[in-house]
Design a protein around this ligand. Structure first.
Ligand code: PLP
Length: 404
């Protein structure tokens, strides 16, 4: 049939369920900016927007790699020195893995995509936390697989309920996703909770993806790598990156590490096949990975100090607003605050977020974009800006809530 002026192609069906609230919501803010208004963005976890930068040592290693001419393709699973450095560091932190079981990817995002694409047939099920980071839902929707949410309960410190997880397992369940520290709740899991995840995976022969992209950004809790508790009979894939732990999201450099790869030999081969087909992750930033793994604690001490003060301002100011409450996050740089929607004219979290944007030009993300119920009234706030900006934002938020 000849081309005409009517649309020739429609998007594939798989895209219809593909949503990513953190960026989708920005369309509304851009419209306000077109009208000449200034928007304060607290929707996206990009530390660079708020004055953070990667450690100098990593920047220098990156520049040096460019100058030394490392501008070609790397091996598809990453340069040898980088995978060796990652595996050495992992073993020091108690994660049983090896350089052969480490694959460098386009950020943690591609690692999640490679694992899910390698493992899931249409109709297969993946247990994901709700609330949780929407990347997983998007990948699963793209693969025509099925996301099954397990609930993190705000009344119990955003902890999972093992019985709830277990009830949701069927013969089609293949993967259990754990995000630790969690985005959006900031919760860091105890040894006991991690052990519960592992026991469930062991009983039901599931693969665990543990997303630990914030493990260096932890306040008073101690981060325990899930794979360090897995024993020798549960397959675990740990996902990590330079994006948040080293504040270099634009370098698009992450990795996955397999623990107990002998339990998933064919899947490991499938990761490599897929990795071969996309050639490699960006080459030059891989030369900064050894520097990252060898960094002393000064950089993270400074960053965590700043984030802790921003978190403290956030918690105390939010909890002092009538009609808003939140838990204290122990890691990452997000908080889920709950609005008493019943005391407002709104019936959904998104309505609240959009009206706040219109009235006060402040952009948060509605909790339902992360899997909470729209009528529960959660909003996710990124507390990366300095305390002066945050104080101004929360003062305006209080004015808005009072005016309702
Ligand atoms: C839990 C979680 N995993 C993965 C990512 C994506 O990381 P990357 O930039 O390394 O792809 C993010 C980004 O916000 C995240 O919050």
């Amino acid at each position: 049939m000849p081309y005409s002026n009517s649309p020739v192609f429609t998007p594939a069906q798989r895209v219809q369920n593909y949503r990513y609230a953190i960026r989708n919501i920005v369309t509304h803010a851009r419209k306000l900016e077109e009208q000449g208004r200034t928007v304060t963005y607290l929707n996206i976890g990009d530390p660079i927007l708020y004055g953070f930068q990667p450690p100098e040592e990593l920047i220098e290693a990156n520049i040096q790699a460019l100058q030394l001419g490392h501008n070609g393709y790397s091996p598809s699973s990453g340069i040898t020195d980088a995978v060796l450095a990652i595996a050495e560091d992992a073993r020091k932190r108690g994660i049983p893995t090896s350089a052969e079981d480490t694959i460098i990817t386009f950020g943690a995002s591609e690692a999640a995509d490679l694992v899910c694409t390698s493992m899931l047939n249409p109709g297969d099920e993946v247990l994901c936390p709700a609330p949780g980071y929407p990347l997983y839902n998007a990948i699963i929707a793209k693969l025509n697989a099925r996301e099954v949410s397990y609930t993190l309960d705000p009344r119990h410190g955003w902890l999972p309920d093992p019985d709830d997880i277990e009830r949701k397992i069927t013969s089609k369940t293949k993967i259990l996703v754990v995000i630790n520290p969690n985005n959006p709740t900031g919760e860091v899991y105890s040894k006991e909770t991690l052990q519960q995840f592992i026991d469930i995976a062991r009983r039901h022969r599931l693969l665990i993806i543990t997303d630990e992209v914030y493990h260096k950004l932890v306040y008073d809790a101690t981060h325990i790598p899930l794979a360090s508790l897995a024993g020798d009979d549960v397959a675990v894939i740990t996902i990590d990156s330079l994006s948040k732990n080293y504040m270099a999201p634009g370098w698009r450099t992450g990795w996955m590490m397999i623990t107990n790869s002998r339990l998933v030999p064919d899947v490991r081969q499938a990761f490599i096949k897929l990795a071969d087909a996309r050639l490699c992750a960006p080459m030059t930033p891989q030369f900064s990975i050894r520097a990252a793994m060898q960094l002393d604690s000064t950089y993270h001490d400074t960053i965590v100090r700043r984030l802790r003060s921003q978190r403290d301002t956030t918690i105390s100011m939010l909890n002092s607003i009538d009609g808003i409450s939140c838990n204290q996050p122990e890691g990452a740089f997000y908080v889920m605050a709950q609005i008493q929607l019943a005391d407002t004219p709104f019936t959904t979290d998104e309505e609240f977020v959009l009206k706040l944007l219109e009235e006060q030009q402040i952009l948060f993300v509605h909790g339902s974009g992360f899997g909470t119920s729209a009528e529960d009234g959660f909003i996710r706030i990124v507390y990366l800006p300095g305390t002066d900006v945050l104080e101004d934002v929360y003062t305006r938020l209080a004015t808005f809530v009072k005016s309702l």
